[in-house]
Write a protein that binds this ligand. Structure first.
Ligand code: 0WD
Length: 260
C-alpha cells in the first residue's frame, strides 16, 4: 500500500511538466494520493493554455479538480478552498510552489527595484503562503503538512537572484512563524530549499547557468539535483515520514549550502 493511499491534498504552482510542483506531484501519485490543483487563470477563455497544460499532466493520473487561481485575488482563493472543502471535506497536505517577480525588477540591481515591483513580488511569493495558510488550517487534518519552495538566495547573496532572494528570506521566516502558530493544531509547515532546476520561472533568473555549473563542480555531491531528488524529498516532507519535522528549511541542493 502506498504512503499516500487515502490521502488528499491541494497543489498550487504547476505551470508545466518542468515545474517543481509536478516533480513532487508525480511522486505523490505513485504513492496513491488524490489531489486538487490550481492554475493561473487564462486571459483568453477561448484559448485556455494554462488549464490545458495542467489538465494534460494530471488528468491521466485521475485528477478531477483543476481550479483557476491568481493568488493576488482573495476571491479566487475563496473559490479554491470552497471547492476543495465541498469535494474533499478535509485534506492531509498542501503544496505551495509559487513565486513571481517582474522581469525589470528581478534583473537588478536591488537598489533599483520599483515600489510596485517589490510589492507584487512579495505579495505573490510570500503573502500568498500566509493567506493560503489562513484558509488551509480550516480544512487540514491534525497531522497535516504544508510545504513551500525556497532557494539559497534567501540565506546568502546569489548573483542574479536579487529581489527574489529578499522574498525567499521573508518566505523562510514566514514558515517559522506559521509552524509555531499551526503546530498546536497538529499542522506542520516546512520549506524545501532546492538547488537550481531548469523551469519556466528559473529561466528568468540571470546567472542561472553559472549557478548550475557551480553546483556541479563545487557542491559536496559534485552534481546538479534532478527533479527526482526534489520529488522524493518533497514527498517525505508532505508525508507522515516527517511527522516530527516542522519549521524546517530542508536543503535539497547536493549539499551546496554548506560550502564557504
Ligand atoms: O531552480 C528552480 N527552478 C528553483 C525554484 C530553485 C529553488 C526554488 N524554486 C522555487 C521557485 O521560486 C518557486 O517558489 O520553486 C517554486 C516553483 O518554481 P518552478 O517550478 O521553478 O517554476 P514554475 O514551473 O514556473 O512554477 C511557478 C508558478 C508559475 O508559473 P509561471 O511560470 O506560469 O509564472 O507559480 C505560479 C505559476 O503557475 N504563479 C502563480 N500562481 C497563482 N497566482 C502566480 C499567481 N499570481 N504567479 C505565479
Amino acid at each position: 500500500m502506498g504512503l499516500f493511499e487515502g490521502k488528499k491534498g491541494l497543489v498550487f504552482g504547476i505551470a508545466n511538466d518542468h515545474s517543481i510542483a509536478w516533480a513532487i506531484t508525480e511522486k505523490l501519485y505513485d504513492e496513491g494520493a488524490e489531489m486538487a490543483f490550481t492554475h493561473l487563470p487564462d486571459k483568453d477563455p477561448e484559448r485556455p493554455r494554462m488549464e490545458r497544460r495542467l489538465r494534460k499532466l494530471v488528468e491521466p493520473r485521475g485528477a478531477k479538480l483543476m481550479i483557476p487561481c491568481d493568488v493576488t485575488k482573495e476571491e479566487d482563493l475563496d473559490k479554491v478552498f470552497e471547492t476543495v472543502k465541498a469535494e474533499y471535506g478535509e485534506i492531509d497536505f498542501l503544496l505551495h510552489s509559487i513565486a513571481y517577480a517582474p522581469m525589470d525588477d528581478l534583473k537588478g540591481p536591488v537598489y533599483n527595484v520599483s515600489r510596485d515591483g517589490f510589492k507584487l513580488s512579495m505579495e505573490i511569493s510570500v503573502y500568498s503562503l500566509i493567506t493560503i495558510a489562513r484558509r488551509a488550517r480550516e480544512i487540514l487534518k491534525p497531522g497535516g503538512s504544508m510545504l513551500t519552495l525556497s532557494y539559497l538566495g534567501g540565506e546568502k547573496v546569489i548573483p542574479g537572484y536579487n529581489v527574489m532572494g529578499i522574498c525567499k528570506s521573508a518566505l523562510e521566516n514566514t514558515v517559522m512563524y506559521l509552524a509555531n502558530e499551526l503546530g498546536p493544531e497538529g499542522i506542520r509547515v516546512n520549506s524545501l530549499s532546492a538547488g537550481p532546476l531548469k523551469t519556466l520561472s528559473s529561466s528568468a533568473v540571470g546567472e542561472f547557468d553559472v549557478m548550475m555549473k557551480l553546483y556541479s563542480t563545487m557542491s559536496p555531491l559534485r552534481k546538479n539535483i534532478t527533479p527526482d531528488d526534489v520529488g522524493k524529498a518533497g514527498m517525505y516532507l508532505l508525508s507522515d515520514l516527517s511527522s516530527g519535522v516542522s519549521g524546517e528549511n530542508h536543503h535539497v541542493d547536493s549539499g551546496y549550502h554548506i560550502m564557504g
